[in-house]
Design a protein around this ligand. Structure first.
Ligand code: BES
Ligand code: ZN
Ligand code: ZN
Length: 501
């Protein structure tokens, strides 16, 4: 999609006019450059009682030159970026290219830049489909173009806001692409290959892949044990943006769970919905997408990413319940359930992240069914050992409407997870209650401590985002910026967190 900003010039093929409730007269700029009959039709639509501007209302007017869509966005003072973005996304989903591909949005009286940009962002985010494996009619109609029209005073600010939204969306769409790929096409080595390819033409990016042999040399048996049952062997992928910038300072490290398929392993899952487990690498997809978004927006700071890639399969070579894993940290894990595999791979990822002088560590993982029970598809579960970090993540999520909801990291859960009779840590709690908190209590064991200048030891600031409920939708109403499948969740929120001053 090509995105531009201008005054009230062209009328496009499809003219979208978002309207506040109670506006019963065509605002000044609405009719600019429309011919007389279209102008009259538009004015009478504004004046009629059949369109009042209530949130969700829409009215189409067919004129000779363009389709005009009036969209209600509700009371002006109640308008939020979320309502604005969602209205833009819903509208975009209803459009057809049959009458041309030029969309014009006319923001008339009363619109501020933030809400205008969010509306356009909704359209940009929704302009996504995963159809590479479908036979396509030749798309002779070409891509959409989007022209955002506003008064001169707002044009520069709107232009940069919309361009930034577009750049960030390239990262969201990349994360969705990776999430949507089936597991026979995207397995650990293939993810590594795509990361290497992505880095090739980018000067300020480094990607390094640790293959199976290297993982063995390093003693990363958290990752190895989970992945060894598959013919597609595990790997760890390192992302480095601006590796030579502020070399000695501490920088964030973002870690992703990357199970390209989670069958459950020997503790095999039921068959209902098992196909959805191709999405169990969305944590890693978000890390990759985030790096794309940061690169596209020209972020100049240094940042590290680690993705822990494995396929969890049952086989003669698979790990089993009862096994003990020697992780990279030196701590051992008693495996009670091979389906609690995400935490095992993250154990190595988090320990490694701790070695990279991180200012903080954030991990992203489709980790537990429990978080879906707790928060549904509405919010990502946020666990943290650090109030300041947790507050910033929550604020960034609120800013871009990708909610993270704080969940407790209680000592009792840590105690449960460290009460194995034969190893340091167990990979399953003692019952099903608080499953997401149990998992977080497990992960905490693999975040290193460090000393401050006074020699006082404390754990590195760390947050765990359980995205099991927010990473994908299979026909739901909860995230209208996505039609189907992977959502690319947390790319926008983490981009906001990292780039804010
Ligand atoms: N990948 C799943 C969690 C999941 C569930 C993601 C639903 C997305 C949607 C994870 O590896 C898993 O199977 N977790 C188990 C852990 C249990 C065996 C301790 C769970 O949550 O049931
Ligand atoms: Zn699992
Ligand atoms: Zn899993």
């Amino acid at each position: 999609m090509k995105v531009t900003t201008s005054g009230f010039l062209e009328t496009g093929n499809i003219m979208v006019i978002p309207v506040f409730e109670g506006c019963n007269k065509a605002p000044n700029n609405a009719t600019t450059n429309l011919n007389r009959s279209a102008s009259i039709a538009l004015k009478s639509a504004f004046a009629s009682d059949s369109f009042t501007g209530k949130l969700g209302e829409s009215l189409s007017i067919w004129t000779k030159e363009c389709q005009i869509i009036l969209l209600g966005v509700g009371e002006k003072n109640d308008l939020t970026t979320k309502k604005s973005r969602d209205t833009g996304a819903k509208c975009f989903a209803s459009l057809s290219k049959n009458h041309g591909t030029k969309i014009v949005i006319r923001y008339t009286t009363g619109w501020n830049v933030k809400n205008m940009a969010a509306f356009a962002e909704g359209m940009i985010l929704r302009d996504y489909s995963f159809d590479k494996y479908q036979k396509k009619e030749d798309d002779k109609k070409g891509p959409w173009s989007l022209m955002c029209q506003t008064i001169e005073r707002h044009q520069d600010a709107l232009n940069s806001a919309v361009n930034r939204a577009y750049e960030i969306a390239t990262g969201v769409h990349l994360a969705r692409d990776l999430g949507n790929e089936p597991a026979n096409k995207l397995y650990p080595e293939e993810f590594g290959k795509r990361a290497l390819e992505w880095s090739k033409d980018k000067q300020n990016v480094e990607v390094e892949v640790w293959n199976y042999a290297r993982l063995k040399e390093e003693g990363m048996y958290g990752l190895i044990e989970v992945g060894k049952g598959s013919i597609h062997k595990p790997c760890m992928v390192f992302f480095r943006l601006n590796p030579s910038a502020n070399k000695d300072s501490e920088v964030p490290c973002i870690v992703g769970k990357g199970i390209t398929f989670d069958s459950g392993g020997i503790s095999i899952k039921g068959s209902a919905g098992m196909d959805e487990m191709k999405l169990d690498m969305h944590g890693s997809a978000t890390v990759f997408g985030l790096f794309q978004a940061l690169h596209a927006t020209g972020y100049e700071g240094r940042i590290n990413g680690i993705t822990c890639m494995a396929e969890n399969m049952p086989s003669a070579e698979a790990y089993r319940p009862g096994d003990v894993i020697n992780t990279y940290s030196g701590k051992t894990i008693e495996v009670l359930n091979t389906d609690a595999e995400g935490r095992n791979v993250l154990a190595d990822g988090l320990w490694k992240a701790s070695e990279l002088k991180p200012s903080y560590i954030i991990d992203l993982a489709t980790l537990t069914g429990s978080i879906v029970v707790a928060l549904g598809h509405e919010a990502t579960g946020l666990f943290s050992n650090n109030k300041a970090l947790s507050g910033k993540i929550q604020a960034a999520g609120d800013e871009v409407d990708e909610i993270s909801w704080p969940m407790p990291l209680l000592p009792a859960f840590e105690k449960q997870m460290t009460s194995s009779k034969i190893a340091d840590v167990r990979n399953q709690g003692k019952g099903r209650w608080g499953g997401a908190s149990q998992a977080a209590g497990f992960l905490k064991q693999f975040v290193q401590e460090r000393e401050d200048k006074e020699g006082k030891k404390s754990q590195i600031p760390w947050a765990h985002l359980d995205i099991a409920g927010t990473a994908g939708i299979w026909g739901g109403e909860t995230n209208v910026t996505v039609g189907h499948g992977a959502t690319g969740v947390q790319v926008r929120a983490l981009h906001c967190l990292i780039t804010q001053k």
